[in-house]
Design a binder for this molecule. Structure first.
Ligand code: ADP
Length: 581
């Protein structure tokens, strides 16, 4: 393209030069011919008709041109190269017309007489009606020869210039344009995100410095992008390993960012939270309300929402929303933290139930103690027949109260994991025997046969003696309490492949199936009145359960109403080194 333009430029230039030069030559020749015509005119002025042909031929030789003498009417009087009588009327020749008007006339045209292109110059005295017109002419061919020399000179010069230009443009391309092209395409690659791109160029000039600067800019960008990528990865690792769900939302509730936990907590199926409004995925009115309150928040707001959308299972979600904050781009965003608060909520409710139950359980004996004391103070103390029974009632209620308080304290100690953690290796045979012995009298009084079936070998367990004794006591006391006279209570100790077992089986009233799973709950009783009458607190089995769990074991129960119940504590066998120790 460029080369074509250069060639076109050179051709036009050379044509123009030739044109100009030709013009110059013609002007110069015309002026020269005018001078010669004037000289010839002076010489021919006085020539008589008889000598005119001779004089014209002499003038033509002297001036080196063709000379024609024409009278004012246009008749050729003599011509140095033709016979005058044979020549036509010359009054219409442009140079003749012009000469008659102004004294000098010129013209370039084809000569019919000589069959050549000529330059004609005619002169005369326009004021003198006698004066002839002297015309001199030179063939154009003379100038064309000079013009050809000039033309070839121009063409050679132009050709040399063209080759020099080509060479120069090659040099330019090699040393300037190509390197620029390399850097430009590398810069384009860089802009597309290919940060590995590097320009290899061994130059020590300014261009070399530019290339060095470009390469170090690429390296710097690579470092920066690497750092940003590391930060992003670190952030997303942190976010994805958070237990809580984390959402970044805009002021309209559209989700911009969501971590894995958020998706796991809020989505069913393979939809994504990102890029759509939160209300579209999470259809909970409380969350909508929280989102619309974002613009008015000045401190974090926390809500708990019972999620009824995910099947039948009850689920409580906790949402914490921060007030909107402005990002670097000037957009308003807020952070939402989401957690599964189902267990917390359950614990909270259990605690509330427990406090209500404890208050109720404590209130009953206290109310009756205070009623008996009041009655005694009101004068009943003086009546021997009521004083002793009343005092006995007060004693029973005090004992119940004290048992209740000690059970509550025990349970709270077991649940919190604080207190005496000291454990020792004990033979469960011995522990069960001593528990049974403590309650043998009660059993005998009630006509209940209490038997301990020891294992043939010691069944060693790593236990907290006090806690385990309390658990076994509770099971034996319950068994005796809920077994009518004539029944049996059997305590068995066994070692099996699965661990150590301590079973307490009775032939008592049994527990209905629907109640069996709940008897280990605090304050749960199948028959409240009966339990109270028997001095129960409703905490015995809850304590058994916690002791078992604390020892790495469990408790379970089997029962049939009217036939009896079997409670079983399973404990892990201690590790050999613990046994040796
Ligand atoms: P309580 O102090 O009332 O005995 P527990 O927690 O020890 O409280 O027992 C809870 C309930 O389980 C009792 O109220 C009773 O209804 C039932 N229960 C416990 N052990 C037996 C058993 N061996 N036979 C029948 N019912 C029992």
């Amino acid at each position: 393209m460029n080369t074509a333009a250069v060639i076109a430029f050179l051709v036009v230039t050379s044509l123009y030069l030739e044109f100009e030069f030709k013009g110059l030559l013609v002007t110069e020749a015309t002026r020269d011919l005018e001078t010669r015509a004037n000289l010839v005119s002076d010489n021919l002025a006085l020539s008589p008709d008889s000598e005119v042909q001779e004089a014209v031929a002499g003038a033509a030789r002297a001036s080196g041109t063709r000379v024609t003498l024409i009278n004012r009417s246009g008749t050729v009087r003599a011509d140095s190269e033709a016979i005058a009588d044979e020549m036509d009327d010359h009054s219409t020749r442009p140079e003749v017309i012009k000469a008659l008007e102004t004294g000098v006339g010129t013209s370039e045209r084809y000569s019919n007489t000589r069959h050549l292109d000529f330059i004609y110059v005619a002169v005369t005295d326009p004021q003198n009606p006698q004066a002839d017109i002297v015309r001199v002419a030179l063939p154009m061919r003379q100038m064309t020869t000079r013009l050809e020399v000039v033309r070839s000179t121009i063409f050679i010069t132009v050709g040399v210039l063209f080759i020099a230009g080509l060479a120069l443009s090659f040099v330019l391309a090699q040393y300037i344009v190509r390197p620029i092209e390399i850097v430009r395409s590398a810069a384009q690659e860089l802009a597309k995100g290919n940060l590995e791109v590097k320009v290899e160029m061994n130059r020590r000039d300014e261009f070399g410095q530019l290339v060095d600067a470009f390469n170090s800019m690429g390296r710097e960008m690579q470092n920066r992008v690497g750092q940003l990528e590391d930060n992003r990865r670190e952030m997303s690792t942190i976010m994805d390993n958070m237990a809580e769900g984390l959402l970044l939302v805009d002021s309209g509730g559209g989700v911009i960012l969501a971590n894995r936990a958020a998706e796991a907590l809020l989505i069913t199926g393979d939809k994504s939270l990102i890029g759509r409004p939160l209300w579209e995925t999470v259809r909970l009115p409380e969350v909508d309300e929280l989102l619309s309150s974002l613009p008015n928040l000045d401190e974090p707001r926390r809500i708990w929402v019972e999620d009824r959308t995910q099947g039948t299972q009850r689920r409580v979600l906790g949402f914490v929303a921060t007030p909107l904050f402005e990002t670097a781009k000037g957009e308003k965003h807020a952070v939402l933290l989401i957690s599964d608060a189902t267990e917390d909520q359950k614990l909270l409710e259990m605690r509330q139930d427990f406090v209500a139950n404890v208050s109720h359980e404590l209130k009953t004996p206290l109310t009756s103690i205070s009623a008996y004391v009041e009655t005694l103070l009101d004068g009943a103390a003086d009546d021997e027949s009521v004083r002793v029974p009343f005092l006995k009632k007060i004693q029973t209620n005090s004992t119940r109260l004290s048992k209740l308080v000690s059970d509550i304290l025990n349970l709270s100690r077991l649940e919190s994991g604080t207190g005496d953690e000291s454990r020792q290796l004990l033979d469960l045979n011995e522990l069960a025997t001593s528990c049974a012995d403590r309650h043998r009298e009660t059993a005998t009084n009630k006509d209940v046969a209490l038997t301990v079936h020891k294992s043939g070998q010691p069944v060693i367990a790593l236990v907290n003696e006090e806690d385990m004794t309390e658990a076994v006591d509770n099971l034996i006391v319950n068994a005796i309490s809920y077994t009518p006279s004539g029944g049996t209570v059997d305590v068995r100790i066994r070692r099996t492949d699965l661990g150590l077992l301590l079973e307490v089986e009775d032939t008592g009233c049994g527990i209905p199936e629907e109640a069996l799973s709940r008897v280990f709950e605090r304050f749960y009783r199948v028959d409240k009145a009966r339990s109270r009458a028997l001095g129960g607190t409703g905490l015995g089995l809850a304590i058994v359960k916690h002791v078992a769990i604390k020892h790495g074991g469990k408790v379970d129960a089997e029962s049939e109403v009217g036939k009896g119940s079997k409670f079983r504590i399973s404990l892990p066998a201690p590790q050999p080194q613990a046994q040796r120790g």
